[in-house]
Write a protein that binds this ligand. Structure first.
Ligand code: MF3
Ligand code: CO
Length: 256
């Protein structure tokens, strides 16, 4: 179901999203080579809780038989890992890594969702360009996030831009509506056709999240039931914000 948020509900969404933005500010300050992904997870959890929010990914059940509930505050995916990497004390962040973090804060019953890909230390030019294009893909998409346009307009803009830069979009995962539930309708693919899908209305809150692969578009899932990697071993990046559709320009809720 697509939910249209009331004025009060939008305020709650803004609060949850602000927690996410502040969590990323903290992670950006702290992330460095030598640190484990579990240490990064702890910083995110402590930050969120200190701001009165609950880490919504922790215990999240994706609803697939045999897949355990997600065990952590952040998803942390390094280099050829695309999304849903599980924090671990055995996983050390190295100089030159690109580290994608995805996290959701729950506050006052509402969710805020965003992802960032951090450049750690001396990152190659190629990797940097991938991360920049992934971020720009989000901004290409939200040019169309306006009242009266359709979901397909956003999807199309993202997919076309990414491919014009020589990269591939992940087709198996997508953005989504967000509110009381982390994942609400509509689904927002990172490719598609203009003029297709539901019409955008003020009060819709959407998580738009390009996932981009440097090489060929295939993905694989690891035996932990969560971690998604690129099939060809090339790098991947992720960038996401929760936005609000308004009467005019969209409002990005997960940026300070
Ligand atoms: N935050 C992710 C998204 O962007 C969902 C991660 S699945 C979870 O939609 F189990 F980790 F929550
Ligand atoms: Co999301």
């Amino acid at each position: 179901m697509v939910t249209i948020k009331s004025k009060k509900e939008i305020e709650y969404m803004e609060e949850a999203c602000k927690v996410v933005a502040l969590t990323y500010k903290k992670l950006e300050e702290c992330i460095k080579p030598g640190m484990t992904t579990l240490e990064l997870d702890k910083i995110a959890e402590d930050t969120m809780r200190s701001l009165g929010a609950i880490p919504a990914e922790k215990g999240y059940d994706i609803g697939i038989k045999g897949v355990p509930p997600y065990p952590a505050t952040i998803c942390v995916s390094i280099n050829d890992e695309v999304i849903h990497g599980i924090p671990s004390k055995n996983k050390v962040i190295k100089d030159g890594d690109i580290v994608s973090v995805d996290t959701v804060a729950l506050k006052n019953g509402f969710n805020g969702d965003a992802a960032r890909t951090f450049l750690v230390g001396n990152v190659s030019k190629d990797a940097k360009r991938l991360v920049e294009v992934t971020k720009q893909a989000f901004f290409e998409g939200i040019k169309y996030a306006k009242k009266g346009n359709r979901i397909g307009d956003i999807s199309h803009a993202i997919g076309e831009y990414v491919e014009s830069q020589g990269y591939s979009v992940v087709r198996e995962f997508q953005g989504h509506g967000i509110g009381r539930q982390m994942h609400e309708d509509p689904g927002i693919p990172n490719y598609g056709r203009q003029g297709r899908g539901i019409r955008l209305e003020p009060g819709m809150t959407l998580a738009i999240e390009p996932m981009v692969i440097q090489g060929k578009p295939g993905i694989l899932e690891l035996d932990d039931g969560w971690t998604i990697i690129t099939e060809d071993g090339s790098l991947a990046a992720h960038y996401e914000n929760t936005i609000l559709i308004t009467e005019k320009e969209p409002k990005i809720l997960t940026m300070l």
